[in-house]
Design a protein around this ligand. Structure first.
Ligand code: 13P
Ligand code: SF4
Length: 450
């Protein structure tokens, strides 16, 4: 493990910083736990390791072929937090409207302070769309988000991911070869995948979560399918059931299961597809009866939440309102009061008029920021271990300074470009999503009786 040498400086404006919390824990200044103390080191120390590195997805292995980050120049690795902050501000001021910086809700505070827009992946894709005049869009998120921004922005605009090693372990759980292979095997079970039955339905509509590669979005676009986000998954599944007998949902089994269950699909009609097994590990009978075939993928961050954590929160905070992200396992969503996307969680807290205690099941950076922004409420993360999404965490201010100063010098670093052969069908799948409208009385999220 690399040596950690930390001097804690009081930074009241960064009280909500998970980075500071981790550093304080590692330095022994406060009692607490991180998933792995390596998180306190610079991301450059583990960028080149053959895994996602420390954090919630440390057990997931980066697939071969994933983009890798070259070594960040020493001046950025060794600069203090204050120096990087100043350099980022200076570069942004020099670039003016030529650049737009987007920051995902899960980013560390030290990066979010420099973002022109902070939001979920869908809102940030829209922010990219709304800035056709910016020469560069610097996306402080993960790889699939930058790809989506590239799909939606003008071809002349450069979409930049400050650290190429900022992937998403869930997105990487479905690669295009596995999905093509799955489709071929399904065709052996269902016959002609383009043929409609007496009700005008094809055998399968593929649906991919936004958290997937552009190649997967392209596959879906080529096969009559659609993209969804955690805020419109129900609307998208309704769209799919109007066109197909069943849905193949990837990569997140939990979002697929939670959404379909809330729509009344029985669990027996949701077999799992494990790409490492013949027929995904399902029987021909199960596939024949299936309404939703769930890909064997998950988010390592949201998988950590448990019913025990919810029970503990309820015991310690009577009246607590528990809201979790639908990437959490079904038992957790069932035990919570509500489940919804990151934006749903944010809006639910903003809408609470009385001081309320909230226990939240999503990434800790967002929870800490919500707690800092709403001091009238008590807001805490269900998971007591300080452990952010380790892939998002790779966007350290050092990388942001490096790409911005590159732009000032006329050099575009870490541009993400989706090739046209993939981009065209992927755009079709995204456009279907944008056009899909909820039914007259939409269910905004899961509303479990509490
Ligand atoms: P959003 O779609 O809410 O931005 O979530 C992205 C994500 O990665 C959740 O884990
Ligand atoms: Fe991917 Fe999970 Fe991180 Fe979201 S929180 S970017 S799904 S690993």
């Amino acid at each position: 493990m690399p040596a950690v040498n930390i001097t804690l400086q009081p930074r009241p404006e960064l009280d909500a910083s998970v980075d500071h919390a981790i550093q304080a824990i590692v330095a022994g200044a406060v009692v607490g736990e991180t998933c792995n103390t390596d998180l306190a080191a610079g991301p450059w120390d583990f960028d080149t390791r053959p895994g996602y590195g420390p954090g919630s997805s440390m057990g997931d292995v980066i697939p071969t072929g994933s983009p890798r980050q070259g070594e960040l120049p020493r001046e950025y690795r060794e600069a203090s937090e204050a120096e990087l902050d100043e350099r980022i501000r200076a570069a942004k001021a020099a670039l003016g409207d030529r650049v737009v910086v987007l920051g995902h809700f899960y980013q560390r505070e030290e990066v979010v302070v420099h973002a022109d827009y902070v939001g979920d992946s869908f809102q940030l894709a829209n922010a990219a769309l709304e800035h056709p005049d910016a020469e560069a869009i610097v996306f402080c998120g993960v790889h699939f988000m930058a790809e989506t921004a590239d799909l939606l922005s003008r071809p002349e605009q450069a979409v930049i991911l400050p650290n190429l090693a900022a992937g998403c372990s869930m997105a990487d759980m479905a690669d295009i070869d596995q999905v093509e292979e799955c489709w071929e095997q399904l065709a052996e079970v269902y016959g002609d995948m383009d043929a409609t039955d007496a009700e005008g339905l094809v055998p399968v509509i593929p649906v991919t979560y936004m958290n997937s590669s552009a190649a997967i979005k392209g596959f879906v676009g080529r096969h009559g399918g659609i993209v969804c986000t955690s805020s419109n998954a129900r609307t998208v599944l309704e769209w799919a059931f109007q066109r197909g007998r069943r849905v193949l949902f990837f990569p997140d089994q939990h979002l697929g299961r939670n959404t379909a269950k809330a729509m009344g699909v029985p669990l027996e009609q949701m077999p799992m597809w494990n790409p490492r097994k013949p027929l995904g590990g399902a029987s021909v009978g199960q596939l024949a009866d299936a309404r939703v075939i769930l890909w064997h993928g998950f988010c390592s961050v949201h998988r950590r939440f448990s019913v025990d954590q919810i029970d503990k929160a309820r015991a310690e905070h009577p009246g607590v309102r528990v809201i979790v992200h639908p990437e959490c396992p079904m038992e957790v969503v069932d035990a919570a009061d509500e489940a919804g996307s990151t934006d749903y969680i944010r809006k639910a807290i903003e809408a609470a008029t009385e001081p309320t205690t909230f226990a939240i099941g999503t990434e800790v950076n967002l929870v800490q920021r919500l707690a800092a922004d709403h001091p009238q409420h008590t807001i805490f993360c269900l998971d007591p271990v300080v452990c952010p999404c380790s892939t998002m965490y790779r966007i350290h201010p050092g990388y942001l300074a490096w790409v911005l100063e590159g732009l000032v010098a006329g050099e575009v670093r870490n541009r993400i470009t989706v090739p046209a052969s993939v981009a065209d069908p992927a755009r079709v799948a995204l456009e279907r999503m944008l056009a899909a409208k909820p039914p007259a009385a939409p269910a905004a999220a899961w509303e479990n009786a509490s």
